[in-house]
Structure formats: C-alpha cells, structure tokens
Design a protein around this ligand. Structure first.
Ligand SMILES: N[C@@H](CCC(=O)N[C@@H](CS)C(=O)NCC(=O)O)C(=O)O
Length: 203
C-alpha cells in the first residue's frame, strides 16, 4: 500500500491513520509540480494529493481513503462499532473534509479565486478565516469533556489535527478554544502522530 503526499498537506491525516493501524505501508513525497504530470494525473485526475494505491486499487479523496482504511482494519477501532458510532465518525470526517478543509482551500488560493484582484483576495481570505474560526468553535464545543471528536479515537481526529496545524501556520487565532488546544497537545504526544510528522520532515 502506498500513499502519495506533500508534507503537512491533507494526506498527513491518512499518514497518521496508517501509523495507528500499524501494518506495513510505503509513502512517496511528491514535488507539487509532479502532480500535474501525466503519470500522476493517470492516478489522480484532480492533480491533488492524497492518492492511495493498494495493489490494483487506486483511491483518491481523503474521506474515501480514510474510510477505506477504517473498513480494511476494524481491529484498529477507528470507525465505530454501531451504525450510530459510524455515523458520528463520518459526520466529523465530513465536517473536516467538506467544511473546514474546503474553506481553507479558499484561504490558501484567495488570489486565484479573486481573479488577481488584490483587494477582493484580501476580503475573501478574511471571510474564509472567519468561517474557519466558526467551524473550529463547533469542534471545540464538541471536545468539551471528550478526548476525541466522537468520544473514542476515530478517523476524524487526525484530520482535525492537520487542520489545526494549518490554522497555526496561517496565524488564525482561536481564542477561548482550550478544549481544541488540549486535543492538539494530546495528538502531538501520540507516538503515531509523532512518527508521521517525523517521516514527513515536520518534527
Ligand atoms: N477533495 C480532495 C482535496 C485534496 C486537496 O485539496 N489536496 C491538496 C493538498 S491538502 C492539494 O493537493 N493541492 C494541490 C492542488 O490541488 O493542486 C481530498 O479530500 O482529497
């Protein structure tokens, strides 16, 4: 099984999950320009990471990849034991992937989305940061009295951790979100998280 990634990008969530599962895997670090070359586009036509290759099965899209790994390895207990527990995992995974990550996409690519209009780009970035904060406030509330988003460690936690790294890199202040910061510290202390960060040259 091989994971294609850029350091610190969304595939870090999958990388952490692979560490938590504890079975052999490979990674390939891609220079961003290589994701637009025909060989990689044949694997992932969106030209983005992550891509997971498992034998003859090529899978793209973070949420699908994480879900696949969770299904393949029920012993890692990262999905949930009941339909409701599994729905909770998918609820928070969707929030990370479809709400928070997507809004970071607007922030990171504000000049592109505003067509090179600098003032419009600044407004877009500021609005995206505001929306991101509101999503983190929801996650902070969810983490009150819980160590993990769903109450037990799941596929969603590494994704939230990566998004918090992006918030810090972009200096998005998250005042009063102590539960989120406690979650971040717990993740930073986790051996699987540390191994993935080290492998990506981030620790
Ligand atoms: N919907 C995709 C989004 C993937 C994505 O945004 N990947 C980013 C890194 S976090 C990327 O490769 N960006 C470079 C590009 O799209 O050119 C997923 O969930 O996997």
């Amino acid at each position: 099984m091989k994971l294609y990634y850029f350091p610190g990008a969304c595939p870090l969530a999958t990388h952490i999950v692979l560490e938590w599962i504890g079975k052999p895997y490979e990674t390939e670090r891609l220079p961003p320009e290589q994701t637009k070359e025909p060989a990689y586009l044949a694997l992932n036509p969106t030209g983005a990471v992550p891509t997971l290759v498992d034998g003859d099965f090529v899978l793209t899209q973070s949420a699908a990849i994480l879900d696949y790994l969770g299904e393949l390895h029920p012993e890692a207990k990262l999905v949930g034991d009941t339909p409701r527990a599994r729905a909770e995992t998918r609820r928070w995974l969707s929030m990370c992937n479809s709400d928070i990550h997507r809004t970071f996409g607007l922030l990171f690519a504000a000049p592109y989305f505003s067509g090179g209009d600098e003032a419009a780009g600044k407004v877009l970035a500021a609005k995206a940061a505001e929306k991101i904060k509101s999503f983190f406030a929801i996650a902070n509330h969810q983490l009150k009295g819980r160590d993990w988003l769903t109450g037990q460690r799941s596929l969603a936690d590494p994704y939230l951790f990566v998004l918090l790294m992006w918030a810090d890199a972009k200096q998005i202040a998250l005042p009063g979100m102590g539960d989120l910061r406690r979650f971040q510290k717990r993740m930073q202390a986790d051996p699987g998280v540390q191994a993935a960060l080290k492998a990506q040259g981030l620790a």
